[in-house]
Design a protein around this ligand. Structure first.
Ligand SMILES: C[S@@+](CC[C@H](N)C(=O)[O-])C[C@H]1O[C@@H](n2cnc3c(N)ncnc32)[C@H](O)[C@@H]1O
Length: 280
């Protein structure tokens, strides 16, 4: 099976090296983890190779872990000029990045990796996304939810998605990877791995809540999203689906309209005179 690193060659290696080097400011574990994950989980390469991250996006990365996506995008910007994988489009230049992460140690690692002046504003909030996303006062163009939703229960999954879509500007995009509970033994295997990793990284043993992919599709479409799916190689997270949702107009439940956002945002005093959310 061809891996992304085979086709991206030396330029792919340079990307991994640059992105993981940022974690030297954190701890050796973070460096090794970044190297391992960026090499073996193709989602980061796919996001760049297939242009899944819009240029100029205000990114909200929910459950951002140690901020790998942000480090990856920074590395991409550095590598693009001199050493770039053949056939990949130019990397996106975000307008801003906000990561929300529950585990304090990972939030710290993300902060360390993103510390210092950067080409775009980057912020990490250590918080429970179930409450924190509802408090986000800024509009965004891309919501990222990579391997996060199964850590919270069903009502919370739906509430979090609704809150996230409320932050999304018209024609904004959702990049979401979830497990497919209907994938048989691969789903059970994937869940077992996730439980062990959750315990090792965060000391949490809470149960995971998975849904069949069809249920995720129906849920997102019911919220007003148009969906497409990006195939993942079989060797990567065998039971996962990567979905790209677009908010063509306004999310269902009127969430995201000036009228709806203003109710929560005005409580926080963050709505502009024009009824728009303050940019990140
Ligand atoms: C499998 S990791 C994925 C990390 C990151 N999205 C990535 O792809 O590198 C899932 C992350 O979600 C975080 N998480 C789980 N529940 C959360 C919550 N309620 N609020 C914020 N983050 C949460 C975990 O702490 C963990 O860092």
């Amino acid at each position: 099976m061809t891996r992304w690193t085979d086709t991206a060659g030396q330029a792919g290696e340079a990307l991994i090296a640059r992105a993981s080097a940022r974690y030297r400011a954190a701890d050796p574990f973070a460096v090794h983890f970044a190297r391992f994950k960026l090499r073996n989980d193709p989602v980061f390469a796919i996001a760049l190779a297939q242009g899944l991250i819009p240029d100029g996006a205000r990114i909200l990365d929910i459950g951002c872990g140690q901020g790998l996506l942000a480090s990856w995008l920074l590395a991409a910007r550095q590598c693009h000029a001199d050493n770039w994988p053949p056939g990949w489009p130019p990397p996106p230049v975000p307008r801003s990045y906000l990561g929300i992460e529950l585990t304090p140690a990972d939030a710290e690692r993300a902060r360390a990796a993103l510390a210092g002046p950067g080409p775009w504003p980057a912020d990490i909030r250590q918080a429970d996304a179930r409450a924190a996303v509802a408090e986000v006062a800024a509009a965004c163009d891309l919501v990222v939810l990579l391997d996060v939703l199964h850590y919270i229960d069903r009502p919370a999954q739906e509430a979090l998605l609704r809150d996230a879509l409320r932050c999304l500007a018209p024609r904004g995009r959702l990049l979401m990877r979830v497990g497919d509970a209907s994938a048989g033994w691969r789903a059970r295997y994937s869940r077992a791995v996730d439980r062990v990793v959750q315990w090792l990284r965060a000391g949490r043993t809470s149960p995971l809540t998975c849904r069949p992919a069809d249920e995720w599709r129906a849920l997102l479409r019911g919220m007003g999203m148009t969906l497409r799916e990006v195939p993942l190689p079989r060797d990567a997270h065998g039971a996962n689906v990567l979905m790209v949702g677009t908010l063509d107009s306004e999310p269902v439940h009127n969430a995201g309209t000036p009228a709806a956002t203003s109710a929560s945002a005005q409580r926080r005093g963050t709505v502009t005179a024009a009824g728009e959310l303050e940019p990140l």
